[in-house]
Design a protein around this ligand. Sequence first.
Ligand code: HEC
Ligand code: HEC
Ligand code: HEC
Length: 459
Amino acid sequence: MRMRIILTWKKAAGLILLGAAGALFVGWSGLVSIAASSGHFAVTRWFLGWTMENAVETQSMLLLKPKNINLEDSALVRRSAGHFATGCAPCHGAPGVPQSPVVLQMTPSPPRLEDKVAEWSDEELFWIVKHGIKYSGMPAWPTQEREDEVWAQVAFLRALPDMTRAQYAELALGGRPGGTDLEAGGKTTVAVDDIVENAIADCARCHDRDGLGRGQGDAKNAFPIIAGQPAPYLYATLRAFALGRRESGFMEPPASRHPPEVLEAVARHYSEQPAPGLRPVDAADASATPALSDASISHVDDAPVTEQPLASGSVELSLVPLAPRQDKAGLLEGEGDHPYPMVPAAAAAGPPTTRMKLLELGRRIATEGIGPRKIPACQRCHGPAEHRKSPYYPYLAGQPEWYLSGQLRLWQKGRRGGTAYAHLMDEIARNMTDQQIEAVSAWYSELPVAERYHPLTTR
Ligand code: HEC
Ligand code: HEC
Ligand code: HEC
């Protein structure tokens, strides 16, 4: 005999309500095992793992690694290694770094990643590192606004399985596994107390003690240069990171680890390190060069042409080096009454086809600006120290290209933040095209080199 149950809407709703009431009762009873000490039943562990894998797979489906990201780039590995040491290794361990018995008592406990990364695609790793995993202790990236940083961390994860202890110590710990040998860099500056020394050793894992950034060869330029930036800019920037007013998953943790008075001393230390390749300020020179005319830097306009091999043949040579007096030829109609020479929007002459042309466009933007696009000459604020009006204006010369263009793009998206003066850059960046950003970043990144080849003759 068969029993017939007819499911009606009323009965279905009743069942759902009953289920909900049951769940509430179980939660209310206080009998659910939430003790990490009891672990999971095998079936629960399987179910949670399976759910997590499916979620990561599905939710990373629409992600695509940007074309300009090369996960084998050693600069990306270098940039994220120091963060791995403080942000990930305490849970996951690292080459030569065992997992602490404390984290092994987490449920689930963090796996060693050397064995695990091969199981995930690049996009899946990106998703995990960016978003973290709820109810497991696996944290999200400190900011959701810096996907470039998350990709750098993925590059590190890809390099991890083949990394030796020595390589890891060199990359992530400043080559000093214990992190206590503070004098190893050789250059001790002023007599600062242990706390400040410790903080500098922390920064030095990435920026080195001289502020030029660690890394050689291909990994050179992994970090922005902080040597010789004005101390007020450095300090205000560090506080902006600590307060979340400037977003970076790499910088927010170190800036928050140290109290303001320590950051102040650290800022002073880095401001006293010599900036690379820059001509020492000569008072006589400074007075001979008016602040806004930028005669002091116009000598670089022919530097790359004579010193660098051209990518596409010598024909370009005659086209590229425009001396400042030739700029008038590039004036657009009706713009002659502007107080400073203007450069036509890049499109008027077609996009620069060679590195040389790109650098020339960059030089013009930096020294003259682009009037019609409301882009002022960058050098008005970022020029040589003796011309800068405010200790909150950083120099840009010699900064890595990726860093300069990356910062400008952050401003374009309204995501850069920074000190109380950061808004000065909002409109400037928004008025720039991609190509202008590329050009001015290229020019500044090569500026100190040019200066070394063409030292200013004293007038
Ligand atoms: C507080 C401890 C903790 C920290 C810090 C942490 N994780 Fe995790 N992570 C975990 C736990 C726990 C899991 C396991 C999650 C699970 O199985 O559901 C995990 C899982 C992962 C996984 C997936 C591994 C797998 O196959 O199961 C990756 C990849 C990962 N973490 C990367 C990182 C990176 C990169 C960092 C640093 C930016 C980091 N984690 C920081 C705790 C941590
Ligand atoms: C884990 C590596 C790492 C550590 C440790 C680190 N930094 Fe940085 N720092 C970076 C990276 C990467 C950037 C670039 C951030 C960006 O892209 O916005 C940066 C940016 C900065 C900037 C901004 C530069 C500019 O021109 O605006 C300052 C200032 C700075 N760091 C100072 C410090 C100081 C001081 C410490 C120590 C308290 C420190 N950093 C520790 C990696 C690190
Ligand atoms: C009116 C002054 C002013 C002018 C003109 C100006 N800037 Fe800036 N710029 C600033 C200030 C102030 C900051 C520091 C913002 C902060 O982090 O708080 C800055 C920061 C930057 C940074 C980030 C530097 C770093 O180390 O993080 C870049 C890149 C930059 N400017 C590019 C440019 C370019 C390119 C131009 C010309 C097209 C330009 N700026 C013109 C005031 C100016």
